[in-house]
Design a protein around this ligand. Structure first.
Ligand code: UTP
Length: 278
């Protein structure tokens, strides 16, 4: 019913230069696993096993990561080191991977539009891998959202409460509370001044979108900087009452920033790697 998850990974990752000069930001490791693998594992847990990457130049390492490495695997076969590959092997066995290129960086809305042919006529998930979400007491965020999609059959955005001095970095929603942690969205403002923010609920990098979004993106004019923002297209759906915002359970780290990346590394090291060795 919903099986596809799109990963827009075409960005330059300039905040991590020079590390990202010749390797994708999404391949930077949080402890011993690349950022993008956490995202794909989250999609897989939610049952979204058709993975579509919207890539750009210099991102080939992502495709190599989600493929067999014959030489390496032959070398470590039968040794204790084989277990290091368990998590990636499971992902490769259970998921299929498709790639398309966004040849110009024209914003997240444009990146998602680039995936139109990959997606077809179904609802689909979108994960921004640089938002790392960890849920120790519930399913992953995408699985939580799929549960809601089955009930409401409309677009869903994940939101979290952010302090007012950080609100200018996010898309912010206004909405009516439907039940615990769930809102029907009536308005959205991209990167507001704190005084103009309609709430403290900011959109993070997890979406479930219904396929009419493509046609809406196509007819939504680009913003002031020439970029197509997904928020602008979502606003059209929201005005038809067709977008829910879900205050997800779990922790989110902004791994697109150096501070968030270091925080995530420390957290994963303490809460996962040190305990389980993975
Ligand atoms: P960001 O703007 O945070 O990522 O976009 P960036 O451009 O890679 O980072 P900096 O600011 O230069 O350090 C959020 C996500 O959307 C994707 C990015 O790859 C990132 O995962 N994106 C954004 C695209 O795929 N295409 C776009 O045109 C814009």
């Amino acid at each position: 019913m919903i099986s596809k998850c799109i990963f827009p990974v075409a960005g330059y990752g300039t905040r991590f230069l020079p590390a990202t000069k010749s390797q994708p930001k999404e391949m930077l490791p949080i402890v011993n696993k690349p950022l993008v693998q956490y995202g794909v594992e989250e999609a897989m847990e939610a049952g979204l096993t058709d993975i579509g990457f919207v890539t750009g130049r210099g991102k080939r390492a992502i495709a190599d990561h989600f493929d067999i490495s014959y030489e390496l695997e032959h070398q470590i076969q039968g040794t204790g080191k084989e277990a290091y590959l368990d998590t990636i092997r499971e992902v490769i066995d259970k998921c299929t991977f498709t790639y398309t290129r966004q040849n110009e960086m024209k914003g997240l809305g444009h990146a998602i539009l680039t995936a139109k042919k990959m997606v077809g006529e179904q609802a689909f998930g979108v994960i921004l891998a640089d938002d790392l979400c960890i849920c120790e007491e519930d399913e992953g965020v995408m699985a939580q959202m799929v549960r809601l999609y089955k009930q409401f059959r409309c677009s869903i955005v994940a939101v979290m409460e952010v302090p007012s001095d950080e609100i200018y970095r996010y898309g912010v929603i206004a909405g009516e509370s439907i039940k615990d942690d769930l809102y029907r969205v009536s308005d959205m403002v991209e990167k507001p001044e704190p005084k103009d923010a309609p709430s403290n609920l900011a959109i993070i990098g997890r979406y479930i979108l219904t396929p009419d979004i493509f046609e809406i993106i196509e007819r939504t004019p680009p913003g002031a900087n020439g970029e197509m923002q997904i928020t602008d297209a979502l606003l059209t759906q929201a005005r038809e009452g067709a977008v829910m915002a879900y205050k997800f359970h779990g922790k989110r780290f902004d791994c697109g920033s150096v501070d968030g990346f270091v925080e995530a590394t420390n957290y994963v090291y303490e809460h996962s790697y040190k305990k389980n060795g993975k």
